[in-house]
Design a binder for this molecule. Structure first.
Ligand SMILES: [Mn+2]
Length: 322
């Protein structure tokens, strides 16, 4: 754990001690880190005798239905308007990224912001944010450890799922020695690491595997093989929005940046960027109004795929100019 985080961990611990009823949420299109982190925190707060409801901006990804508490997650549009005194936002760089939940947690709600995105806007009344921590789930582990809160195997499993999701199974550069130390503690608490890895990274439907094949079929290389671009048009997205498909572009030797452009709604495009080593893709995404991490970032635009591909390639080409 990073020493300078200690005062922030203590402030976040006080936040959780003071409240009794919490709304827990994450970003639109919540991923394994957001869902795992929220469910772990919900489990721990319940064990502390408090009430915690996980209310997400949209329906949760069913890949994570093996996590304890998943069936009690509600999408915000199914939840009656209630005054909220205390909220914890997990893995979202800004309040706006919580979509429809944002309108429920304005002042006077007290907000604890737990995140590891470098562009986090410190929007909470209490902020527990460090881009040097692998995942929001790892951050929640440090928080619960600071509180001296004992963890059961179910909470440990949710934290472990979030950590392996964000680190690609401890492969990405944001994995630290501390990440492994935390993982070791969680495995000792009873996490079945083989099963969790299989649920997080395996278990795709036939339709999802075929969709992956179609995306790979569109792969083109640019700038002497340094950039791979794949796309999925709206008609190919009936089985879901597979952000992780972008990682397959980096399978090609020599590719430095992989791009996946997909169209979840007609005329609305989502772009995901992944970088092997030399390019900070969060800076590229920021030029188009998005954000993320050095090695993984994204943004959205409206219009045809072609209309957005051209300016993106122009910016990417500058990485190797001169
Ligand atoms: Mn994360």
């Amino acid at each position: 754990m990073i020493e300078s985080l200690l005062p922030h961990l203590e402030a976040a611990a006080r936040f959780l001690c003071e409240g009794n009823e919490f709304l827990l949420t994450s970003h639109v299109g919540s991923d394994g880190d957001g869902i795992g982190g929220c469910l772990a925190l919900a489990g721990a707060l319940t064990r502390m005798g408090k009430r915690a409801a996980v209310i997400l901006p949209d329906a949760p990804d069913p890949h994570f239905d093996f996590l304890s508490g998943f069936s009690r997650i509600v999408a915000v549009d199914q939840h009656p308007e209630l005054p909220v005194g205390w909220a914890v936002v997990v893995d979202a760089p800004s309040l706006a990224r919580t979509g429809g939940v944002a309108g429920r947690i304005g002042p006077p709600t007290r907000v604890l912001n737990i995140d590891h995105h470098p562009d986090n806007q410190r929007f909470g009344s209490t902020n527990l944010v460090s881009p040097e921590v692998s995942s929001s789930s790892e951050m929640i582990y440090h928080l619960l450890a600071t509180m001296g809160q004992p963890l059961d195997a179910e909470v440990a499993t949710a934290l472990y799922a979030g950590m392996i999701f964000d680190t690609g199974g401890f492969r990405f550069s944001l994995t630290t020695p501390t990440t492994f130390e935390v993982a070791a503690v969680l495995v000792r608490l009873g996490v079945r690491l083989d099963r969790v890895a299989d649920r997080v990274f395996g278990q795709k439907t036939l339709g999802e595997v075929q969709q992956l094949g179609r995306a790979i079929d569109t792969l083109t290389l640019h700038f002497e093989g340094r950039v791979a671009v794949m796309h999925l048009d709206h008609a190919e997205m009936a089985v879901g929005d597979p952000e992780e498909v972008v990682n397959y572009g980096l399978l090609v030797r020599g590719v430095e940046v992989s791009v996946l452009i997909r169209e979840p709604e007609p005329g609305h495009q989502r772009v995901s960027l992944r970088s092997r080593e030399s390019v900070d893709v969060s800076r590229i995404a920021a030029q188009f109004g998005g954000g993320g991490h050095c090695r993984a970032a994204g943004y959205r635009f409206t219009g045809t795929r072609e209309s957005g591909e051209e300016p993106l390639l122009a910016v990417l080409g500058k990485q190797w100019a001169g």
